[in-house]
Design a protein around this ligand. Structure first.
Ligand code: FMN
Length: 325
């Protein structure tokens, strides 16, 4: 029987399947069920920077916007920081698997001191879910990217638990950013987050939310960057995310070099039992292929391992234009 244990952020996971940050991980009962189904770790739902800012009395900028202020007041009442700390404590005492806390960030301001409370509450690691939509045409990409590095510097000064950055796919050179994060003592990256996106209803002429769940085809973008990062920034741990809907997709991500694989939409759609079925696919496949442990095949198809790295680099359909009628 294959050994599914893996190491991620220096933590020993009994399996590479990590339940992603979302409302799925906002309840201790659900977290217990995920552990029973074989999950290697859980990432708690994110605590949002705005919540923390509010708690430290720094939301004055919203006071002119009644709607925003009301929304925040309501949201913060329901999800305040103490409730989050309590969730970490309860989850830690209910399960044996690592519990990774998550903060959603848009800036590197003084709120980061709050990370020490997360550490004190017993979180095994911190996932920092960073994204700011670059809406200012006068700001350079380097200025936006400096928010990531300054966050990393501040957080690693404050806490000693391992930190992973969960990032989106929109960098000109993701490897440069990831390598900088590694030198700033960030131990892992989650590639990639999937964000809320707008869609249009052409009958009502309204902007509506696009589907919040991913599709199995969405794995392709993450797969390329996981496979290249594992070779180009080899020391940083990678947790693959977006579009991992079945055991086969999990195997592909590990072949690309992921230390762990995060699953969200597929659990929403199929329930917690889907974790067990994905892991049994992984185990059967490893037995068939003669792999005794995850390390036997992790990164076997990364950018540096394959004979023709151009397969990763090819972005244009040039070759197909001539033969695809
Ligand atoms: C309903 C819902 C809530 C989510 N909430 C969070 C969150 O609080 N923090 C976070 O980092 N990601 C959040 N995500 C993103 C997921 O953790 C995950 O990165 C994304 O859905 C891509 O993975 P998937 O293809 O397995 O769904 C959420 C996703 C969904 C569908």
């Amino acid at each position: 029987m294959a050994n599914l244990t893996t190491s991620y952020l220096g933590l020993n996971l009994k399996s590479p399947l990590v339940v992603s940050s979302s409302n799925l991980t906002a309840s201790v009962e659900r977290i217990k069920n995920f552990e029973e189904m074989g999950a290697g770790a859980v990432v708690l739902k994110s605590l949002f920077e705005e919540q923390i800012q509010h708690e430290i009395g720094n939301l004055a900028q919203y006071s002119d916007y009644t709607e925003a202020a009301d929304y925040l007041k309501h949201y913060v009442t329901a999800n305040n920081v103490n409730t989050y700390i309590e969730l970490i404590r309860k989850a830690k005492s209910a399960v044996g698997i690592p519990v990774i806390a998550s903060i959603n960030c848009m800036s590197a301001s003084q709120w980061v001191t709050f990370a020490s409370q997360i550490q004190e509450a017993g979180a095994d690691a911190l996932e920092v879910n960073v994204f700011m939509l670059p809406v200012d045409p006068h700001k350079t990409s380097a200025e936006y990217e400096s928010i990531y590095t300054s966050l990393a510097e501040k957080l690693t000064r404050i806490i000693s638990i391992p930190i992973a950055f969960k990032v989106g796919p929109h960098f000109t050179n993701p490897f440069a950013v990831i390598e900088k994060l590694w030198y700033l003592k960030i131990r892992g990256v989650v590639l990639f987050n999937r964000f809320f996106e707008p869609d249009f209803d052409i009958n009502t002429l309204k902007v509506i939310p696009a589907s919040i769940f991913s599709h199995p085809d969405d794995i392709r973008n993450s797969l390329r960057w996981v496979g290249m990062t594992n070779h180009l920034v080899p020391k940083i741990d990678i947790s693959a995310s977006t579009g991992v809907h079945d055991g086969e997709a999990m195997i592909k991500m590990i072949l690309a070099g992921a230390s762990s694989v995060q699953v969200c939409s597929a659990i929403y759609m199929n329930g917690a039992k889907h974790i067990a079925s994905m892991l049994s696919k992984l185990s059967e496949w490893m037995d068939t292929m003669g792999y005794a442990s995850i390390n036997d095949f992790k990164g076997k198809l990364n950018y540096g391992q394959i004979h023709d790295p151009a397969l990763y680099e090819r972005s244009q359909f040039m070759k197909y234009y001539s033969s695809f009628e």
